[in-house]
Design a protein around this ligand. Structure first.
Ligand code: HEM
Length: 270
């Protein structure tokens, strides 16, 4: 790294080593916080869509109607990128499907804090200094008291108002991105990213889970820092008629009609 410590960033640190450590930690946080979370959510999303063909049909209709394509990284394509961002924003049903996926399988299933001092929670619970205070977004997403008797069902519609617009809920009820001052810094950006990937794949390919997904038999999960699908998700990709060109790293897909060669692996982890 160049030692241009005359600038504002350099002035924040006592030594070049301290600056390097800080930048390394920022990069590590972004890689760890950003990669496994979104890939976990997308893996479960594709499983839910395969297990719920009516939801998959609605996501496909939304993406085909809006004409979403890959996000364009080309800086010169400013207006076009703005259009695509607007298209993604209008995909309310897809947004709801992702929110519903993360309600049932939150990428960060547990969060912990250590109390700095003795405290009393709003419900009267006493917490002593240095005690751990944990909450489980996974358990909260499955509580009838918070989500109703159908809380175990995948129903993206619960996130939509009568006009089909996405309705956010209080972060304290749905702390998938945490709540309060240390919430996820990239919540909005990660929705844009997940919607762009899901829309691009669904619009071009029918995604079939192998063996076939059954709504009443979800795959096993592994509780780690992020919630993983045990053994990942094997899928068969079949190109939809009339859609040209391939995609990047979701397996190798051929132009042929024989879908048997198109097995790909989706996984919440490496
Ligand atoms: C589905 C996607 C994501 C979910 C569910 C998620 C969830 C969370 C949660 C629960 C926290 C709080 C963790 C804690 O303090 O215990 C957090 C913090 C954070 N997330 Fe995300 N995240 C996602 C995507 C991303 C992405 C894509 C990035 C960046 C590229 C990112 C960057 C961060 C950072 C920097 C923090 C620390 C914020 C702070 O401590 O002030 N996250 N995230």
């Amino acid at each position: 790294m160049e030692e241009d410590d005359g600038n504002e960033l350099g002035a924040m640190f006592d030594s070049p080593e301290a600056k390097c450590r800080f930048l390394r930690d920022v990069v590590k946080t972004f890689v760890l916080a950003g990669k496994d979370t979104t890939s976990s959510a997308l893996t479960w999303l594709f499983w839910f869509l395969a297990a719920n063909p009516e939801c998959e049909r609605r996501v496909y209709e939304v993406t085909a109607l809006r004409g979403a394509d890959e996000c364009n990284d080309d800086d010169t394509a400013g207006d076009e990128s703005d259009d695509r961002y607007e298209e993604l924003k209008q995909m309310h049903y897809l947004h709801a499907a992702i929110a519903e996926t993360m309600r049932l399988y939150p990428p960060v299933p547990m969060a912990s804090r250590v109390a700095a001092d003795d405290d009393v929670l709003p419900d009267g619970t006493v917490v002593r200094a240095e005690w751990f205070a944990d909450y489980s977004a996974y358990a909260m997403g499955r509580m009838p008291g918070l989500w109703g008797q159908d809380c175990r069902e995948f129903r993206p519609e619960r996130w939509l108002d009568n006009g089909g617009q996405f309705m956010a809920v209080d972060a304290a009820r749905h702390p998938v991105f945490h709540a309060g001052p240390r919430s996820c810094l990239l919540k909005e950006m990660s929705y844009v990213q997940m919607k762009a990937v899901a829309a691009t794949v669904v619009r071009r390919f029918a995604v079939e889970v192998v063996p076939a997904a059954a709504a009443d038999a979800p795959p096993q999960h592994e509780m780690a820092v992020t919630l993983r699908m045990k053994d990942g998700l094997r899928v068969l990709l079949t190109r939809r008629r009339g859609v040209s060109s391939g995609i990047g790293h979701l397996g190798h897909v051929t132009d042929g009609q024989d879908a048997n060669d198109n097995l790909a692996g989706l996984s919440g982890h490496e």
